[in-house]
Design a protein around this ligand. Sequence first.
Ligand SMILES: [Zn+2]
Length: 329
Amino acid sequence: MSEIQKFLFDGLPVRGAIVRVDTPWQEVLQRRGKNSETGPYPECISRILGQMTAAGLLMQSNIHFEGALVLQIQGDGPVRLAVAEIKSDLRLRATAQLAPSQKDNIATDASIESLFNVHGQGRCAITLDADEKRPGYQPYQGIVSLMDENGQTLPSLAAILQQYMQQSEQLDTVLVLAANDQVAAGLMIQRIPVKGEGNLAGAQHNTEEQDQLGHNEDFNRIATLASSLTEKELLELDTNTILRRLFWEETVSGVDTQGLMPHFGCQCDRERVTNMLRGLGQAEVTDMLEEEKPIEVGCEFCGAQYHFDAIDVAQIFAPHAAPASERIQ
Ligand SMILES: [Zn+2]
């Protein structure tokens, strides 16, 4: 069963969320497995992509924002790009692109460094892309390297995101993430900023003030408890059992998640693919048409195939055709 729970520690400036995703995560992997061009992911790629999906769900559930949260790792090694996208209603999709002919060379236990950061150029980005876009709208984006302050590649996605939260958002965060081919799961504990709204782009907190209030001690205690959770427990136990085992000495109260449940869903459609082809320009698309008839564009997230024959292409570039974005949807 998929589940997500948000919770607060009574009287303490600490919040948390825990997520466990099974069927929607299995669907991500199955759709990839059915793609005859790519085939299934190597095990270590599906593991990290599942962790990204769980982390994206935890972060999306914690912010007040209508739109997509996109967690990306851009790599300079065998993995070029890994993306997990979570909409406000917890609709999820995820994909990874491997460098050509790398698939069979990836070890089962490959490290973050050997997958994404061979030359130290790997980057992790979090984008908040609002559904409602006013003219001139720019999505919010934070980008960090995959290395610690000593120039060493961080050992895990959790470590990368903890550093991201600290550097970009000034949010003290503990993450435990795990995934296999059945389940993607995660636990997040976060210190609530003392001032301002507790959102991803939230306000800074005042450490001195919190020290005086004894809040650091409380956060540190809960952070230590959270860190003791193993990947095995996270994958095998339901969320209630985990919370009870970890925090039985704390007073934890649930936060209403308004019935939101992680589910698979892709936002691709023919209109977007048409816009993409229009963006490439008539010359290039006509060349593509000569190479293969019709043009086939596959969605990397869900595997949907879109076909464009010569007549479709002519219509895309017809002088009277309005840009698709201006049409009534
Ligand atoms: Zn799709």
